[in-house]
Design a binder for this molecule. Structure first.
Ligand code: DUC
Ligand code: ZN
Length: 458
């Protein structure tokens, strides 16, 4: 069946162009000014921007953290993603230490299969290094997993320098890419012990025990290990100028380094942790923590200049009751924020509408770059003939106030409560089907497909 989106302007990494979009089934078949084809269905999208469906390459759905499980599973999380214009998520499959990668993959297939409203893929977490994990890696590529994750913090998941070196060397050999959570675990633990001894266990201690210099130290160490292993790497959820400076140095040495940041680091700051009310402060606990306000300007600048390639969410949601677990001890607060439902509107409103970014730069950060980086391009990340008809119809003239009550994610608060949007998502199309209209998610049953991914082309 043919569908025609008429009168909009197509956004790409190259700019914005007035064009109609003709869809046949799940695919885009033609893009051009004033197309003459007659279609069974037509949508008037005059005055709207048409972005490729957003890709969120950093979500944690149905993940066990700190003795609890994220509030959003694949069903609720992917429904929220779709409502926010995200038509593909890449979640982190996470075997426990001692378990095989195959086991982790099977577990994540069960969590996501038949329960996901948008398209999806998995990164594989490497939290151990031995001969049997090394031998499993080719099967991961065969299963469409070309990207991996390592942690330099969290005892349950972190790997040491040697394991990181061996793993990166093997990934280089296989043509894989790895995202790394960079924070210095040892010094953070030391600082937590100091706070504990002083009886300072409120959320205010959270940012004070995870300072920017310890993120920068870990970024530095990772990049030197990656240099020795001759392997490109991705710094996930980068938050601060000192870490950016380490990236810049590595790039000057000739290393390939990709950087992701998240809306919370672009838009929120660490003053929230110092509020007297526990519940207000605890809801913003995530790692790395929110930073000082001036860091936001550095992140926006780096995004504008292409030093940061992607903006994902690190969606890892907990209800206020779950956040209450750390009332007596901030280290027991499950870390993470919801974000998958609001990223597109926030980046447009506080990036494009304020002239920090162009539409094309937003398209790079949310669509084209993640598609290229994670082996989905050109099926995803671009509107052109042959691509999946994943389309966000964005009305720049609309506006609304973000309220947790209006959101569909399974969380009873929103970190961006009260933020006013410039523009809004009018429609979301997933592989040629209208999936969201005026804030309402239309499919009754999950329609998401697993995306086997190829290698990085960024
Ligand atoms: N940081 C969080 O705050 N939550 C989940 C994982 C992470 O890296
Ligand atoms: Zn994460």
């Amino acid at each position: 069946m043919l569908t025609l989106l008429k009168g909009g302007s197509v956004v790409s990494a190259a700019g914005v162009k007035r064009a109609d979009v003709l869809i046949d089934g799940e695919k885009i078949v033609k893009i051009g000014h004033r197309l003459k084809e007659t279609a069974a269905a037509e949508a008037d999208v005059s005055g709207c921007l048409l972005f490729p469906g957003f890709i969120d390459a950093h979500t944690h759905f149905d993940l066990d953290v700190a003795g609890t499980t994220t509030a959003d599973d694949f069903y609720t999380g992917s429904r929220a993603a779709l409502r926010g214009g995200t038509t593909t998520v890449i979640d982190f499959a996470c075997p426990n230490k001692g378990e095989s990668l195959h086991h982790g993959l099977e577990l994540w297939r069960q969590k996501a299969g038949g329960r996901t409203f948008c398209d999806y893929g998995f990164h594989m977490t490497i939290d151990d290094w031995n001969e049997s994990i090394r031998a499993e890696l080719p099967d991961m590529f065969a299963a469409g997993i070309s990207s991996f994750k390592m942690y330099m913090t969290y005892p349950a998941m972190m790997v040491g320098d040697q394991a990181m070196y061996w793993a990166l060397k093997e990934l280089r050999h296989l043509g894989g890419i790895c995202g790394v959570h960079c924070e210095n675990a040892g010094v953070i633990d030391g600082m937590i012990a100091e706070r504990r001894a002083a009886g300072q266990l409120s959320p205010a201690s959270h940012p004070l025990t995870r300072p920017a210099c310890l993120e920068a130290e870990a970024v530095h160490r990772l990049l030197r290990i990656a240099q020795a292993a001759e392997c490109p790497v991705i710094i996930v959820h980068l938050t601060c100028q000192e870490a950016l400076a380490e990236v810049e140095q590595a790039r000057r040495r000739g290393q390939k380094v990709y950087v992701e940041t998240c809306p919370q680091y672009l838009l929120l700051d660490n003053s929230v942790y110092f509020r007297d009310d526990y519940s207000t402060a605890a809801r913003y606990v995530c790692a790395p923590p929110l930073r000082e306000k001036w860091e936001q300007h550095e992140l926006w600048r780096a995004l504008r200049h292409g030093e940061i390639q992607t903006v994902s969410t690190d969606h890892c949601s907990f209800t206020l009751a779950q956040k209450d677990m750390g009332r007596e001890d901030f280290t027991r607060i499950p870390g993470g924020l919801p974000g998958v439902e609001t990223r597109g509107e926030l980046i447009y409103s506080y990036g494009v509408a304020t002239k920090r970014l162009t539409e094309a730069q937003m398209c790079k950060a949310l669509c084209e770059n993640p598609a290229r980086l994670y082996g989905l391009y050109p099926r995803k990340g671009v509107l052109r003939p042959g691509s999946d008809a994943d389309i966000v119809v964005y009305d720049p003239g609309a506006s609304h106030v973000i309220r947790a009550d209006d959101c569909v994610a399974n969380v009873d608060y929103n970190p961006y409560e009260g933020f006013v949007t410039a523009g809004g998502i009018r429609q979301v199309w997933l592989r040629g089907s209208l999936a969201v209209e005026n804030g309402k998610v239309l499919p009754r049953e999950p329609q998401g497909k697993y995306m086997a991914r190829g290698k990085c082309s960024l």
